[in-house]
Design a protein around this ligand. Sequence first.
Ligand SMILES: [Zn+2]
Length: 296
Amino acid sequence: MIRAACAAIGASLGALLQLRSPVAAVANALAAGEDDFGSASVTVCPLCALPRGKQSLEPVCPSCRAEPPPWRAMVALGPYEGAIGSAVRQLKAGPWPELGGALGPMLATQLARRLGAMMPGLLVPRRASGSGSNVDNPPVTVLLVPVPTHLSRVVWRGIDHPRVIAAAMRGELARQLPGADAEACAFLTRKWGGKQQGYSAWRRRRRLTNTMRVSVLGALRLRLLGSRLGQRGVGNAKRRAAARPVIVAVVVDDVVTTGSTARETLRAGRAALRRAGIRPTMWVVATVTRVDLRSE
Ligand SMILES: [Zn+2]
């Protein structure tokens, strides 16, 4: 409630400052497919979404091989440059919920493509009859978990970007993955951890550890979600066990730099979900852009 009021105040401030929306220009550039990591011309590591050499025969990059991340996949629309970098910089500079609305479905498309490749059953309508239906498989829910934004930033920017993007992803995800349900649930809150720019990945991770926890409203949302998911398996015990929902939890952010914020969101999110009786089968990260610090 407070968060929504702060966002409204911030948006009003933006309107007072007579800021002009960059949405149309950026959306056009994105629609033209600039910088799209989904294009065949760019090969990226499936775990960190960073570009890698086309000649490499290894499935993942050396960094992810040396220290595998806690998620099974990372999906990014593109690098923090060109049209997508420009979109995110403008998104961060002002209260442009419509830009999140433009980016969300595109990110959902990329995510659906990846999840569909990992779990082909998600591409088949669950309740359809006849051959090809996956009605006998357990229900799958894709749970979008936006990275929490500190309240001061929501006030300053007039918008909670990851939350707007996650909300905009949900409908498109449900459309593209007819074999799954899609939910977006913001349940984490964040302490002020200071600015992260200029710190190494290790330092960022240390500064961010234990800065997130479940909010009061978030705990209530999770309880409702937990009971809703638990009720999907009906009938006798054997059938209920077979119908236990598979949860794919997705950390949603606008920019991933070192991955420290995504790690902390996953840590806090997993603990909060466990308390609500929800145990994701796997975690995935979806981000609009991925910063490549290797070029610096
Ligand atoms: Zn990697």
